[in-house]
Design a protein around this ligand. Structure first.
Ligand SMILES: Cc1cc2nc3c(=O)[nH]c(=O)nc-3n(C[C@H](O)[C@H](O)[C@H](O)COP(=O)(O)O)c2cc1C
Length: 172
């Protein structure tokens, strides 16, 4: 897709067909995440791909925002590996994980796979359900699948704040 159309037409899909996501599509989405920029190129992200009936059932116990999706990716970051800002110790790794997730979300839309970024999950439950090791933080859940016929954007999808409320120019 052309970039402008891609970023304007993508929306959070919350209604999916039951069909599994094709392996080639999953590979394409993961490849887009793989080339995302990260602080100092450390690549502290770790991505858990879930598609079996058993894993999806387990996932549903960790979040109400699963929307019956047939596939999901849990994007975690390794705090120990992260680039750390020397002034205040701020970590790049949660930002890195978010950029990886954004790449994958857009790549999914580009090939007709719908997604919804989900933060509303119980991290402790997620950690237990999928045996996530210490030091790895689950940052984002991307639920994925082919959009159902009735999948539509929420009414506020196109409500953007006025540009001058979010952008500030220096005085030239
Ligand atoms: C960091 C982040 C967390 C989000 N968490 C959730 C969530 O837990 N549940 C949900 O239904 N949508 C979630 N969303 C989707 C947003 O609600 C959605 O992107 C926003 O309302 C704009 O709508 P659009 O994606 O259709 O453009 C999240 C999005 C982001 C970027």
């Amino acid at each position: 897709m052309e970039f402008e159309a891609l970023i304007r037409e993508r929306f959070s899909v919350r209604s999916f067909k039951p069909d599994k996501v094709a392996k080639e599509a999953i590979d394409t989405i993961l490849a887009a995440g793989h080339v995302a920029p990260t602080g100092c190129n450390i690549q502290p992200q770790r991505i858990l791909v879930l598609q079996s009936e058993e894993s999806m059932a387990r996932l549903r116990t960790c979040t109400k925002c699963h929307f019956g999706a047939p596939c999901a990716m849990l994007i975690c970051h390794n705090k120990e590996e992260s680039w750390k800002r020397p002034y205040d110790g701020a970590l790049a790794s949660p930002v890195d994980a978010a950029i990886v997730t954004t790449h994958m979300m857009l790549a999914a839309h580009n090939i007709g796979v719908g997604s919804c970024w989900v933060m509303h999950f119980d991290p402790a439950a997620m950690r237990e359900a999928f045996a996530i090791p210490e030091g790895f933080e689950p940052t984002a859940l991307l639920v994925l699948g082919y959009p159902a016929e009735d999948a539509v954007p929420k009414h506020y999808h196109n409500e953007t704040r006025p540009m001058d409320e979010v952008v500030f120019y220096e005085h030239f």
